[in-house]
Design a protein around this ligand. Sequence first.
Ligand code: SAH
Ligand code: SF4
Ligand code: F3S
Length: 441
Amino acid sequence: MREVKTFFVRTYGCQMNEYDSQILAGILSKTEKYEIIDQPDGADFILINTCSVRENAETTIYNRLNHLKQYKKTKSNLVVGIIGCMAERMRKDIFTKSELVKIVIGPDEYRSAPEILQNSMAGNSGIAVRLSRVETYEDIEPLRKEGISAWLAIMRGCNHFCSYCVVPYTRGRERSRSINSILKEIELLQDEGFKEVTLLGQNVNSYFDLQNKTNFPKLLRKVAETGSTMRIRYVTSHPLDMSDELIETMNEFDNICNYIHLPFQSGSNRILNLMNRGYTREHYLERIKKIKSSLNEFSLSTDIIAGFPTETEDDHKQTLDLMRQVRFDGAFMFKYSPREGTKAYKMNDDVAEEIKIHRLNEIIELQNIISKENNKNEIGKTYEVLVEKPSKKKAHEWMGRTKLNKVVIFDNSNDKYTTGDLVNVLIKRSNSATLFAEVVE
Ligand code: SAH
Ligand code: SF4
Ligand code: F3S
């Protein structure tokens, strides 16, 4: 009998990477030569799906690699693979970072994984890092973890080339999956009992199926119809493609969640221009105005970068000012990190580290205040919550999410409700991150 080898995948980075790990696991499992396990102990292969977006993302991976040496002690033929964005960026240089690494696979080469793993057992290093203009893995069934929420990548890559960003280099050109393959997968997810699906893409709203002339709003409509029992989410949107048609489509279906993640990055036009974002502060605010006037209920979140090259105190103030105007419910806030190979890397990284930190802290503090105030306004309202799991703190308390993606904690003594249930709750208390509620029958 042929021996089945085991692999463990650890994922860092964005949701796209989470999905890609499931694609890779799908490809490997299908061969019936490899079986996934959910902890690294005893695995024949440890595969690390990596992120390169900021320097500290890569530092985390190097630390992890050092840490992996312990598994080699109990498993002398352990093979470690680096896959994903850092594999693409560093290519064969990664082999020099750790003698454990025998496998390097970029995001568009997961189909070659079975062969590379096979060869590595004979002691050969293997590398596959070509980027593709067409690969969407649309015929691959991802190996999903059990649960109620599924990721579904509808497009890959990015053509925007924001001057600070490695993604166009690690993930290649933008390409979209066919609408038919997406709708088939939506049906499957619904049949399997998933309650929520998040459509993924670096710029999900620039989705375009060339053959069927389908843009993102049209796709969203079809997805909402086909997956009518599931909540439909999408992430991440680019402000340039946040069209009226898209905003209006969100109103047409109850199961489309009116939660919009719309990164603005900087409130200063001069910096936006240097970042090559392709829009102005005015355009961004105008899109927000459209969202606010079109949707009854909505929630907005964003990404912000502090300390981009040449950023002045005045530029920074404009970022804070934009935050005050929009009043986002949440934000991912970062300190600018120079990435080799990008356009901004050639600019002088001239904002001193302590100023970057100071500005980032101001941004974080302001966002905390706004999140707290926004959440306070939720007190007294009722929401439908999709029940996820027990909360970390107390066993009888469970957490779920509203359609607007707010985390709600509620009492679930006697285990009355379980994962996947929909319950109506009345918000009683809140802090900047969480709403606390009572179930209303
Ligand atoms: N495709 C998405 C997100 C890409 S990466 C978009 O365009 O919105 C996620 C976030 O990381 C970005 O929105 C940006 O805020 C941040 N980011 C990307 N490169 C960065 C860098 N070099 N330094 C700091 N933050 C960065
Ligand atoms: Fe990076 Fe810009 Fe593309 Fe987003 S849109 S992935 S920030 S290049
Ligand atoms: Fe990181 Fe790659 Fe995602 S660089 S943020 S894992 S696309």
